[in-house]
Design a binder for this molecule. Structure first.
Ligand code: CU
Length: 91
């Protein structure tokens, strides 16, 4: 999925010019049922500066494409925590 996002980004020069898009993967270990990813995705999608969110329930990760001029990974982990799902940034 990460590669797919990068590929989509490469096909979209306007996005590249307009912002500073970055991709981060969050580990969200407490997603324990198939409904959890919906809540996590919702929380992340509502953070200003987030362009797209892809949640992998099996891998317990959320991959977020965001505008680095508007938000930072810390705001993303904060958002999932406030939704009840503490997360960490995958290095
Ligand atoms: Cu659940």
């Amino acid at each position: 999925m990460r590669n797919l996002l990068i590929a989509l980004l490469a096909l979209s020069p306007l996005t590249v010019l307009a912002a500073t898009p970055k991709i981060v993967t969050l580990e969200v270990p407490t997603m324990t049922c198939p409904v959890c990813p919906i809540t996590v995705k919702n929380a992340l999608t509502h953070v200003a500066g987030v362009n797209s969110v892809s949640v992998d329930y099996e891998g317990k990760t959320a991959t977020v494409m965001y505008d680095a001029e508007v938000t930072q990974p810390d705001a993303l982990t904060k958002a999932t925590k406030e939704a009840g799902y503490p997360s960490t940034i995958r290095k």
